[in-house]
Design a binder for this molecule. Structure first.
Ligand code: FES
Length: 462
């Protein structure tokens, strides 16, 4: 630097006060934001297809699946949120099994995202995912969903993260997010696990806590015997342990995730050490019926928002003058945006153009020869079973059908699990479900007879 140079501004090193997510500033500006940044928010749930691009085996029986959206868009979410994923456990063409899993990666790297699944030896979906979900597979997803997440900006940014077992996955997203951002933060993580050296993500957590002075990580072995070499805590979460890792716990925002028993005791202990309930945020990784029903409600709501978003995206492209030649994503018949790109098939230039198939009308199945049973003002015709069942408008369809000998599998009987799903070929039903069916399935004619009543005569493919 030449002697006469002037230094503009302050020479004191400065840090951004608190934490601010990168999109926060973009969203608060009035004028045009860069389109990529706009694409990162807002965080409306959407239904989209995502391709698995990598599997990573983690400690503690977890497997991380790395995904990218098939439409090429980044996934906008907040650290801590989850996705509802349709798993083709029973094979192609069969009904999928929907489950919710937290995103473990940070939204600051949104072009791919991770879902980490712990294998439960008795679990249907987790076992299937560990054994079958491989790069190249495409899954239908809905999200982001959930109110358990870091804020878009936090002036104080002092956190205590508590996790037990696989409860670390949304916490990991938070830690990775904070680590990737500048700003003042003060983070204490306390992980409970059972096997020394097998805590999920421990190597990365060790690394982060070494290179990022803002983040400290502690471990406890729960009820297990403490081997001699173990330097962490032993025993269940206690007020003493919280005091030891975070003597100022009552000045921090607490995010806790894990099994129900662990969280119930955490709630009690946090009160004991003076943390106000309003500073505590929890995500249950297993729950009682009430909690599960609440999550189902969240998903049903997310689904209806996703539908609105899909409609408005479609409207936006339709309203653009064709001269602009804008890239228009393609939609499949369920409204999901599809990646474009078609298989090319070489044909001779003079090959005749195939004539269009005559649009023949599908005849309704003839149900006149079916035996008719039951009593009521409405007739339901089950075409595979070959029976007509009479029903009254206030009766549930499933019960009447099963009594008449129609074989329809059913578990929950209240519109949650989706196991009774059937196709309606004609007629109207009123359905009051709890998340056991997706909007695209309803538009494809499916419904759940366990929570539906007949509004008119029906023809059902069962
Ligand atoms: S039996 Fe579970 S949704 Fe109908």
């Amino acid at each position: 630097m030449s002697q006469g140079a002037t230094i503009v501004g302050t020479s004191t090193a400065q840090r951004i006060r608190g934490l601010e997510m990168p999109w926060n500033r973009v969203l608060s500006t009035q004028d045009q934001a860069a389109s990529a940044a706009k694409a990162l928010g807002p965080w409306h749930p959407q239904e989209f297809l995502a391709e698995c691009v990598q599997n990573i085996e983690e400690a503690g029986g977890l497997m991380t699946f790395v995904f990218r959206r098939l439409d090429g868009a980044p996934l906008a979410f907040r650290a801590g949120q989850y996705l509802n994923i349709a798993f083709p456990v029973y094979g192609e063409g069969e009904d999928t099994v929907d489950r919710s899993y937290s995103i473990s990666s940070a939204p600051t790297v949104p072009w791919t995202f991770n879902v980490s699944i712990k294998r439960d030896p008795k679990g249907l979906v987790s076992n299937w995912a560990h054994e079958n979900l491989r790069p190249g597979m495409v899954l239908d997803m809905l999200g982001p969903v959930g109110a358990f997440h870091l804020g878009d900006s936090d002036r104080r940014a002092r956190y205590l993260f508590l996790s037990a077992g696989a409860g670390i996955t949304p916490i990991m997203s938070m830690v990775r997010t904070i680590h990737s951002l500048p700003g003042q933060a003060d983070v204490i993580v306390l992980c409970h696990g059972t096997v020394p050296g097998d805590f999920p993500f421990w190597q990365e957590l060790e690394y982060i806590s070494k290179v990022d002075t803002r983040i400290k990580v502690f471990y406890s072995l729960g009820d297990r015997d403490k081997p001699k070499s173990w330097k962490g805590f032993a025993g269940r979460l206690s007020a003493k342990m919280i005091d030891e890792v975070a003597p100022d716990a009552n000045g921090r925002k607490v995010f806790a995730c894990g099994p129900e028993g662990y969280l119930n005791s955490a709630a009690q202990l946090l009160r004991e050490v003076g943390v106000d309930d309003t500073s505590v945020f929890m995500e249950f990784f297993s729950g009682d019926r009430k909690t599960l029903l609440e999550y189902q409600k969240e998903i049903v709501l997310a689904e209806s928002i996703a539908e609105e978003v899909a409609e408005s995206v479609e409207e936006f492209y339709e309203s653009q003058p064709p001269e602009l030649g804008m890239y228009e994503p393609e939609y499949d018949e369920t409204g999901t945006i599809e990646a474009s790109g078609q298989e090319l098939i070489a044909v001779p230039a003079d090959a005749p153009v195939p004539a269009a198939e005559p649009a023949g009308e599908q005849l309704p199945p003839d149900t006149s020869g079916f035996e008719t049973v039951g009593e009521g003002t409405i007739t339901m015709s089950f075409v595979r079973t070959g029976i007509n069942v009479k029903i009254n408008p206030e009766e549930k369809i499933l019960g009447a059908a099963q009594r008449a000998g129609v074989r329809i599998g059913a578990n929950c009987q209240e519109g949650m699990c989706g196991s009774c799903k059937v196709v309606k070929l004609s007629g109207e039903v009123a359905m009051n479900h709890q998340g056991g069916i997706r909007a695209r399935e309803i538009s494809a004619g499916k419904f759940l007879p366990c929570c539906s009543t007949a509004q008119s005569d029906l023809v059902i493919d069962a």
